[in-house]
Ligand binder design. Structure first.
Ligand SMILES: Cc1cc2nc3c(=O)[nH]c(=O)nc-3n(C[C@H](O)[C@H](O)[C@H](O)COP(=O)(O)O)c2cc1C
Length: 177
């Protein structure tokens, strides 16, 4: 199956997630093209793909504008073929804050008009050593609010890699029906 994985990232965790999904699918014999929607690129014939995975992360309750623009521009094709959204945030990392992670996804859907076949809210990462003062304050607040307080001030990854693999396996299986 020809799969396009289109991602947007601000601090890099979603790139790592998209690359992991791409490697996982390539290892299983699929032909995968990975693009960063925030980068300039020569025109890609997106009609040539059988299935699509879009991935982006949440900052101040919003996904990246570049991902919103991509989903809006291609929503008819994305809705007509098997497509999935991976939404990366800290809220997705804990059961108690999952409804918040789901609300970011709902907002993304209402803004873009795209209805993915499958959706995965997935935990992201904190990188205090790379943040500026503003980012540090915002993330400390989020981390504490979400009961990840023991991690406040330290870098950490909250991505469930097994859940990612299970999700992409289920997605390609449903896409081949
Ligand atoms: C400035 C800032 C704002 C953030 N806002 C939110 C938020 O509103 N909700 C949330 O659940 N996570 C929030 N996060 C956590 C990010 O979604 C998380 O760090 C994610 O791994 C970032 O992915 P990326 O590295 O691909 O950009 C925020 C992170 C930063 C640095």
């Amino acid at each position: 199956m020809k799969v396009l994985i289109a991602y947007a990232t601000t601090e890099g965790q979603t790139r790592k997630i998209a690359e992991t999904a791409a490697t996982h699918l390539s290892d299983r014999g699929h032909s995968v093209t990975l693009i960063d929607v925030g980068e300039e690129r020569s025109e890609l014939d997106i009609k040539a793909f059988d299935a699509f995975i879009l991935a982006g992360s949440v900052h101040q309750e919003q996904h990246q504008k570049a991902l919103k623009n991509f989903a809006t521009a291609h929503r008819d094709l994305l809705s007509a073929r098997p497509s999935a959204l991976i939404s990366v945030s800290l809220s997705a990392a804990l059961e108690e804050t999952r409804p918040e992670a789901e609300s970011y996804v709902e907002r993304f859907g209402s803004v873009t008009g795209w209805e993915p076949l499958m959706i995965l809210p997935l935990g992201g990462a904190v990188r205090f050593t790379e943040y500026d003062y503003f980012q540090e304050q915002v993330v400390k607040f989020i981390v504490m609010k979400r009961g990840l307080a023991s991690k406040a001030g330290a870098d950490g990854e909250f991505t469930d890699w097994k859940a990612l693999e299970t999700f992409v396996d289920a997605f390609v299986e449903r896409s081949s029906d």
